[in-house]
Write a protein that binds this ligand. Structure first.
Ligand code: ADP
Ligand code: MG
Length: 700
């Protein structure tokens, strides 16, 4: 990539650095906004528009006032000069002539040329003889040529997401310099007929209208059009992954006979709930088919997903295949292993835990036994299937508590020795159906909506500052009588020093004050994971009575004796996150209480928290969360498994998502490889957007 491309041969893949006026330094500034190429640049859309003042006819301008005129440039004179160089333009609008003068701005002459229509905003002055209205160094913009020459048309100035080093105006200027050449060569993935159906503009027109709008109505239609394109691409990518999986070489079916079913049920100390039965039925069906299972079982904490996983695993083991269960942390892996060992007491099924910190010799023996099929079921973190572990015949991979893998990551996890294996994902974060389509579009979904019988309800209360003392003293009494309590502080970022300080100083305050004489523990994100685990185990074993923690406990260790939770600054958490946290209590036989502490004066924040006081239904709460805060927040910003959308906003575009999903499947039905000529643009866009992310999307 040697020579600077001229405007004529610039394309969507041109690195931003080679756009005229950018260069290597500014390219760095653009990169900070996620903009690497010319294509990224025009997808960097304004987030709002400033209304520019209405324009006035030139013959009615008043000396000394701020005004805007729109007119045609009839002549331009550039006077070079080291200090006082200037560009002077004559502008006419049918009522009169004005003169516009820019000092020390030779670049103006590149845009302001005879014949163009221009909008000028500034203070009205006159020339020395008083013949013309004159503007000195005004704001200006070139008005698109096909616009009607109409001074009443409202004008909008785009405001872009920007940084200190790269302001919105500079972005607008760079966009303006490439918008025409780029949009001129832009094909459209939609047919005229499809666009007409929704009254959508061409893709190229949509970009022009978003960057240089003339009406706000245009803007919103244009954005929806581009949002649709984006959703369509992601749906095609997801559905292609799915279809390619279905076309994979058959994995050996693992049928569940009546006898196997009977033996598994005999291991469970309870009858399955209807929700669990439903999940099991789906899994049994999947396992018996030759195509690999890809199933998500989602349900609130405590709905009994472990029993479902156990059922699936035992079907695999009965078919003489191995099982891997992956947990997000080692401590959770241990917890699973001990629960499962409990269910499987005196059975011949050999279950082993494989975690870091095992003695080397023990580890070597274990790896040998896994390789020679002496171990039926291995439990560990996801390092388990990525490192040096070789299975003799892995048949099923179960991922627990993980909504945090992307589509493509999952595809690699559900493989062993080059073959696809059956895969089961268990998630405790209920996800509204629409959202599941985007981040779990490659999975079949079973939802468990009921809870095992006899569950103790959790009462949730909202506590403001004036109720705080009473709350602490109630907790102190209850803890003194044998209950255990969590006190949670928000930790927005692991590096957030302020939050860390809050948890640490509150820990000190509580230990010295309300909880003096009790055993209080502290967990935060800056501790080593070994320290954290040790502290967690002390709490689990009852050595500490109160655990002060940042949200690192979110992933869910079971402490049935913990029946009290205080969540400080509750307004800073998402509803689903609060619900998730609160699921840590109410797991034993005691009546449990969750105290939401907030001194927020915002009525919105209070309304949000009221939803939590009122409802214990994770799905209802997730729906609210989706509406109030959007999908990124609902799923957790980092590693949400959610594709990054630039145009689409899943809080407002769910209808488009549905449409995109239906159309994606229609398109792939008709043309699985997108090789038809009329899908050429779509195929190109798909490669540009997903090729590097999803090597399994083969679009030749
Ligand atoms: P999850 O993983 O969904 O959060 P668990 O599998 O840990 O939930 O189950 C929570 C508790 O409910 C466990 O103590 C388990 O023994 C119990 N449990 C699960 N299913 C049933 C059932 N059908 N009837 C009674 N108790 C159940
Ligand atoms: Mg669980």
């Amino acid at each position: 990539m040697g020579a600077t491309p001229s405007l004529a041969n610039i394309d969507l893949d041109t690195p931003i650095q080679y756009i005229k006026g950018v260069g290597p330094v500014r390219a760095g500034h653009f990169a900070n906004l996620g903009i690497q190429t010319a294509g990224d640049l025009i997808e960097h859309l304004p987030f709002r528009y400033e209304t520019l003042p209405e324009s006035a006819p030139i013959d009615q301008l008043l000396l000394g006032e701020q005004a805007t005129i729109i007119g045609q440039v009839t002549a331009v004179r550039s006077r070079p000069g080291r200090r006082r160089g200037s560009v002077v333009a004559d502008v006419v609008d049918g009522t009169g002539r004005a003169r516009v003068r820019w000092f020390n701005a030779p670049y103006v002459a590149q845009q302001v040329q005879p014949g163009v229509t221009i909008r000028v905003t500034g203070k009205v002055d006159t020339d020395a003889e008083g013949r013309f209205a004159e503007f000195a160094n005004p704001k200006y913009a070139i008005v698109s040529e096909d616009d009607p020459f109409d001074g009443d048309v409202e004008q909008f100035e785009p405001v872009y997401p920007a940084t200190a080093a790269l302001n919105s105006k500079a972005i607008a200027r760079t966009v303006a310099s490439v918008l025409e050449p780029l949009t001129q060569q832009m094909g459209d993935p939609l047919s005229d007929q499809q666009r007409d159906e929704h009254d959508w503009p061409l893709r190229s027109t949509a970009f022009r209208r978003l960057h240089q709008p003339t009406t706000l109505a245009d803007v919103s239609v244009a954005r929806r059009r581009l949002a649709y394109d984006e959703l369509l691409l992601s749906q095609i990518a997801i559905q292609k992954v799915r279809r390619e999986r279905d076309a994979l070489p058959a994995s050996a079916p693992m049928p569940c006979t009546d006898k196997i079913d009977e033996r598994i049920r005999a291991r469970l100390p309870f009858a399955l709930t209807p929700g669990q039965e439903d999940a099991v039925a789906g899994i049994v069906r999947d396992l018996a088919r030759p195509t690999p299972m890809r199933r998500l079982v989602q349900g609130d904490v405590g709905c009994g997903k472990t029993a479902v996983a156990l059922y699936a695993a035992l079907v695999a083991v009965a078919n003489r295949r191995q099982v891997a269960l992956l947990a997000p942390t080692e401590i959770l892996a241990e917890q699973h292993a001990s629960k499962i060992a409990g269910y499987l007491q005196d059975s011949r099924v050999r279950v082993e835990l494989l975690v870091g910190g095992m003695a080397a010799s023990k580890r070597t023996t274990l790896l040998d036994d896994i390789r020679t099929n002496k171990v039926n079921w291995v439990i560990g973190t996801h390092a388990l299937i990525q490192k040096d572990v070789r299975f003799a015949d892995l048949g099923l991979v179960i991922i627990d508590e993980q909504h945090r893998f992307g589509v493509e990551q999952r595809a690699t996890m559900f493989q062993s020795a080059g073959r696809a294996v059956d895969g089961l994902v268990m998630s405790a974060t209920p996800i509204p159906r629409t959202l599941a389509m985007t981040c779990f579009g490659d999975l079949d979904i079973t939802t468990i909506r009921d809870a095992p019988p006899g569950r103790q309800p959790i009462t949730t209360r909202f506590v403001e500052r004036d109720g705080e003392d009473a709350m602490w003293s109630e907790i102190r009494d209850r803890v003194a009588n044998g209950e255990q309590a969590y006190v949670i502080y928000p930790l927005v970022e692991e590096s957030d020093v302020m939050d860390l300080k809050a948890a640490t100083s509150e820990y000190e305050r509580l230990s010295a004050g309300p909880f003096s004489g009790l055993h209080v523990g502290l967990i935060h994100g800056r501790q080593s994971s070994a320290d954290r685990d040790a502290e967690m185990l002390r709490f689990r074993d009852g050595q500490t009575q109160v655990l002060v923690s940042t949200t690192v406990i979110e992933v869910g260790v079971d402490v049935p004796n913990a029946s009290i939770m205080v969540i400080e600054h509750a307004e800073r958490f998402g509803l689903s996150q609060l619900h998730q946290l609160r699921g840590r209590i109410g797991r034993g036989t005691r009546k449990s209480d969750c105290f939401l502490r907030s001194d927020s004066k915002s009525s919105k924040a209070r309304e949000r928290l009221a939803i939590l006081v009122r409802s214990v239904d994770g799905f209802e709460i997730a729906e609210h969360d989706l509406r109030l805060r959007g999908p990124g927040e609902l799923l957790g910003r980092r590693q949400s498994g959610l594709p990054e959308f630039r145009m689409a906003d899943l809080t407002t575009d769910l209808d488009l998502l549905q449409l995109a999903r239906d159309n994606a499947s229609r398109i792939l039905d008709a043309d699985p490889q997108l090789s038809r000529r009329d899908h050429g643009v779509l195929r190109q866009m798909l490669v540009r957007r997903f090729a590097h992310l999803m090597p399994m999307v083969h679009v030749a």
